[in-house]
Design a protein around this ligand. Sequence first.
Ligand SMILES: *[C@@H]1O[C@H](CO)[C@@H](O)[C@H](O)[C@H]1NC(C)=O
Ligand SMILES: *[C@@H]1O[C@H](CO)[C@@H](O)[C@H](O)[C@H]1NC(C)=O
Length: 336
Amino acid sequence: MIMKLVLLWVLGLWSVSGIDLSRSESFLSYLDEEVTMSPGSTTTLIVPLTLIQGAASKGAVCLDGTLPGYHLHRGFGSGANSWVIHLEGGGWCNTIRSCVFRKTTRRGSSKFMEKSINFTGILSNKAEENPDFYNWNRVRVRYCDGASFAGEGQNEANKLYFRGQRIWLAAMEELMAKGMQNANQAILSGCSAGGLASILHCDEFKNLFPETTKVKCLSDAGLFLDATNVAGGHTLRDMYEGVVTLQGVQKNLPSTCTSQKDPTSCFFPQNLVSNVKTPMFLLNAAYDAWQVDQSLIPSLADPHGLWRACKTDRSHCNSSQIQFFQVREKRYLVRE
Ligand SMILES: *[C@@H]1O[C@H](CO)[C@@H](O)[C@H](O)[C@H]1NC(C)=O
Ligand SMILES: *[C@@H]1O[C@H](CO)[C@@H](O)[C@H](O)[C@H]1NC(C)=O
């Protein structure tokens, strides 16, 4: 039985900080899902970065050719054979220019990644903060390809490697060897661009395991919609088209979709989720702040600032503006 749940946080504001709205190309590259919450005063669990040494020989490298990596904290007790994998997010790069720039950041090169990070939320080892998964094996896979772990190709002239799919495979292979092959249950999760990746790779993840392993997926803020912006344009689709084309994503998209639709459409979850066989939980705010700001009302689509007040505070929207959001919701979200 296929379980699909769409949880809507109506009026929930997904906080994405530090985005400069005036630079439409770079914000797409810099979307970052970090929302740091460390309740209480207990010390935070700090987990070192492991580079995947065997990745280079498989061509599974970051945009700049450096090794990809992950952070693993071992499970214990009743969670010793349970695994939760979290795919990191952080926007995409859709042009040579934005990918070349990304090479100089932690989202495109392990040279610039934090050598250790704090494990909080679903990755926390504290029962009070993370009651369901605190004693599972918890992994954060770093995102350094810029195409939601799904690209395949390279650009010689600019020394860019588009190896998202190989990074995904190399990371899974390494984690299987480190004990994930004995998992009796496993979850593939991810946030933002990583949430999209968790949808794209959900069935592949399930197929890594024997039938007896209980496998599920969780996409957190990964339900990016193929929406029309306030000026009638398609900001996100235009950007995704660049990602898919530049990074050779098409060959890694499910053929159940690509046999019916163009490749860019098949990078949108709305055209994928009905074909995912593995139980998947979709968590997304109906008024996802990033999608409202960057996809529905990007600054370029609102040159006179008519939407500016509504965009930053929903209580400032008039009835037709609210209607605009509602139509989007009905069309894409509330089905099944
Ligand atoms: C990580 O945790 C340490 C120690 O609790 C804290 O000082 C630091 O600010 C945290 N870093 C981030 C990025 O939250
Ligand atoms: C709502 O505001 C927009 C932008 O200022 C305007 O074009 C529209 O006519 C307004 N609608 C209503 C019903 O007031």
